[in-house]
Design a protein around this ligand. Structure first.
Ligand code: 5RP
Length: 217
């Protein structure tokens, strides 16, 4: 099985966590796109979805699923999203697709966060994947200098603008042995909107696609 097939497998497995006639939170990325496709094909009746990006909104609406604003729904039962990395404590790096801020908001509003990933995303210690940080444009170089002081090597994702009108710094080589501490430290910097560490609010369940089937973390 190649990686695309593993993504399809785990996208379909996530359907088990969708209650008919509920409002679900939906993340962003190629793995989530497989989930959305499986959801549309499944014909499970969904009242509506809260989306974490403009790209996901378009896919959902094209498939006939109503997208509603989180301000209208209050708390959600379930949020389904992918990750760039996860560890054995279900702590994640997210934001490879640049949707980290809305993803973190929808995850925080949800009782259960089910992360879907293929086996290549599992790591012992987070940090091989550069950590995305969404910044207010004015603060880009200030935040970059602060990230150097925290031990990282920032790279501006030039030309990329988030759905919120901001910029992304990808931080290489950060020491993430204590991801909760680093998540708080980065979020404390003026000009940072949020960072892609999901350690303060990790996933509740990671469904991992392996060649021999789905495993749970
Ligand atoms: C987007 C994300 C995605 O969940 C993450 O990048 C994984 O994407 P993919 O499923 O395409 O590998 O955080 O902001």
């Amino acid at each position: 099985m190649n990686q695309d097939e593993l993504k399809r497998l785990v996208g379909e497995a996530a359907l088990d966590h969708v209650q008919p006639d509920s409002i679900i939170g939906v993340g962003t990325g190629s793995t989530v796109n497989c989930f959305i496709e499986a959801l549309i094909n499944s014909k499970i009746p969904i009242e509506a979805a809260v989306s974490s990006s403009e790209a996901t909104t378009l896919l959902l609406q094209t498939g006939g699923i109503q997208v509603v604003d989180l301000n209208q729904t209050g708390g959600l039962d379930i949020y389904i999203d992918g990750a760039d990395e996860f560890d054995s404590h279900r702590r994640l790096i997210k934001g490879g697709g640049g949707a980290l801020t809305r993803e973190k908001i929808v995850a925080a509003a949800s009782r259960t966060f089910v992360c879907i990933a293929d086996q290549s995303k599992q790591v012992g210690v987070l940090g091989a994947f550069p950590l995305p940080v969404e910044v207010i444009p004015l603060a880009r170089s200030l935040v970059a200098r602060k990230m150097v002081a925290l031990g990282g090597q920032p790279e501006w994702r030039e030309g990329f603008i988030t759905d919120n009108g901001n910029w992304i710094l990808d931080i290489h080589n950060l020491d993430l042995v204590d991801p909760v501490k680093m998540e708080k430290a980065i979020n404390n910097l003026p000009g940072v909107v949020t960072n892609g560490l999901f350690a303060l609010r990790p996933a509740d369940l990671v469904l991992v696609a392996h060649k021999d089937g789905i495993k749970k973390v």
